[in-house]
Design a protein around this ligand. Sequence first.
Ligand SMILES: Cc1cc2nc3c(=O)[nH]c(=O)nc-3n(C[C@H](O)[C@H](O)[C@H](O)COP(=O)(O)OP(=O)(O)OC[C@H]3O[C@@H](n4cnc5c(N)ncnc54)[C@H](O)[C@@H]3O)c2cc1C
Length: 346
Amino acid sequence: MRVAVVGAGVVGLSTTAELLRRGVDVVCHERAGGPMAQRSAGSSRIFRLAHPTPDLVRLAQAAREGFGRWEQASHTAMIAPGGCVISGDQVPGWAAAMAAAGAAHEIVDGRSGRLRLPARRPPSAALVDPSGGVIDVDAVRAHLIEVTSGAVVQDHVYALEDTPTGATVWSSAGTARFDAVLLTAGAGTSPLAAQVGIYTPPALAHHVRFTFPVDPAVSWQCWIDKPSAGLATYQHRSGPGRWAVGGSIDPGQVAWEAGRDAATAASRDAVLRYAREHLAVEPRVVDTLYCVTTPGLADGFEFRRHGAILAVSGENLFKFAPLLGEVLAEACTGGSTPAVADLARR
Ligand SMILES: Cc1cc2nc3c(=O)[nH]c(=O)nc-3n(C[C@H](O)[C@H](O)[C@H](O)COP(=O)(O)OP(=O)(O)OC[C@H]3O[C@@H](n4cnc5c(N)ncnc54)[C@H](O)[C@@H]3O)c2cc1C
């Protein structure tokens, strides 16, 4: 069997790795100069079991086991423990989801000594996910590049066609026929999927995360804060003496039409103002990480198929990457279209 994976982000690479492990002939086409340079760029992400539904909590549990296998194979730690704290209106709902999935968690008073946050004013209550932590993206990238070596080619895929016996891929390298095609092209998925009649959310938006200098000795937990008023943020350590903060900016200011420069400036203003008012960090941006996101999608993912072509959409996929690799490899070789609810019950 011959499989084409379009896009060498963390999802495409994880799937390529799993297909190779199963002995499948796979080519991963990446249009950029190197892998994991778009939505999967940077050096850190948050891992958490905490999610709004029991199914997503269960899938994150399975993904954590997958990271464990990668850690064993590469002899490298990939998730720095420390926990993840959730605050804001979603605390009761997310705590209930964790309870239903049997995941360890705790609801604590915002002034509890169990919280280690950079907050100038503590949240009223918080959900502590002790399994959460910071994903070392550099370690994941190094592992995936090593195990997919030889299968990733620099190649821009322009067009697809479903055929009675598989699919044809047109790319900068020419035309090739495959038994199955997987679209894990991130922001590039929707226009390719549409060519074969698969709908994935097409809208795009700008997102920028900012990093501030902090005392390297601090051991703050990852923090997701969605207050009823004010800026919703996610924050975490991003290397020694670095604290990364991303915010949910007014959608109009980061809409695709606003343009990258204006969206970056608006995001910077909002996050800097927030950092000055709410955080015990030096309000000086030392790093920015830009990416193109799909607005309206939160946690989780969806798969859609037409014939031999399977497309993936979703946001915040990094924490699910090892699980997605396994599930998608199985779906490519077996011709299935997995649903989140079924996966969570496996
Ligand atoms: C600032 C930021 C913070 C984040 N925080 C978190 C977090 O804390 N936790 C978490 O779990 N997730 C987080 N995410 C989300 C997570 O990083 C992404 O969901 C994940 O990396 C997406 O991976 P992907 O493989 O789907 O997409 P991508 O990494 O974008 O990969 C798609 C690839 O396809 C290639 N491509 C596109 N079109 C074509 C084409 N036509 N031909 C060939 N190649 C093509 C692109 O060049 C790209 O390399 C964050 C993202 C950002 C940017």
